[in-house]
Design a protein around this ligand. Sequence first.
Ligand code: SF4
Length: 345
Amino acid sequence: MTASDKTIAQRLLHWYDANARGLPWRAPPGTPPRADDSWPYRVWLAEVMLQQTTVAAVIPRYAQFLDTWPDVTALAAAGDAEVMAAWAGLGYYSRARNLLKCAREVAARGGFPRTEAELRRLPGVGSYTAAAVAAIAFDESAVVVDANVERVVARLFAIEQPLPAARAAIRDRAGGITPAQRAGDHAQAMMDLGATICTPRNPRCDLCPLSGQCMAFAAGDAVRFPVRPSRPARPQRTGNAWWFEREGRVWLVTRPDKGMLGAMRALPDDGWSARADGNGVAPAQADWVSIGSVEHQFTHFSLTLAVHASANATPRGTGEWWPVAALDQAGLPTLFAKAARLARA
Ligand code: SF4
């Protein structure tokens, strides 16, 4: 552990001693792990319930579970239907099935294993849960990385690599600041810091015990971390629109109810979409004059719309002649308003 890593670990524990969230599955900061098996049971149960479910939703259900099944032997003896019914509303029901499977295996082997590696072999116990139970219930110096910890570490060390590739580096750095003693408190302190101070959008760096060591804070750019992968480039589509003009009026159609810009007035076009270019077929034979194109960004694609004009073409199908002078009252979507401006220029 470097001197800086040590400072981070010490400052974090100091902060946790004064600011730990009081949660029903927690012992107060500084409490040594209890020797009996009730403690890993409580920690494990909480960690399974908290996967994909908020703390506020878990608290009452956790209390009900403990009332009904106060230890792992009691839970192991419960019927499948009974446990599934108690889980109702918490979602992700595979967690309840795995919970029961795991409880039965733990009861059969006479108690919880005490190391991260052995915990990991229990049914339904993933790497995060194994590390969290090993650290919190047995004080093993396991590296516990959930989404909160991931964010804090990425910011502390200004990790430039984007997720998910950055996870190995984040884990490595998280390991570097995990102390040999009070590993459980350290893990919970990181979670609390991420949940209450180093929040995703508005980190409260002014209140953070680690601001003096935080590289993202020093760079004045905390919210940029963790770096997200850049979105794939928007596909580029092309299409055509036609400006029929006659005696100061322009031909407008109403787009189909369903689909892009549904039920809005528009210039006739050639059926471009997010998935395909337009077919390029003009809606009427005429001496069309190409007058340029407009660019438009939709959420999922970019469109280059070529605009063609004619003063002698006869439109087909349903539409309406709209006064050019009152075009701003037609409610054209931005794309077609741009095309209309080009045609009138
Ligand atoms: Fe997070 Fe700010 Fe603290 Fe850095 S200083 S760990 S960005 S809250």
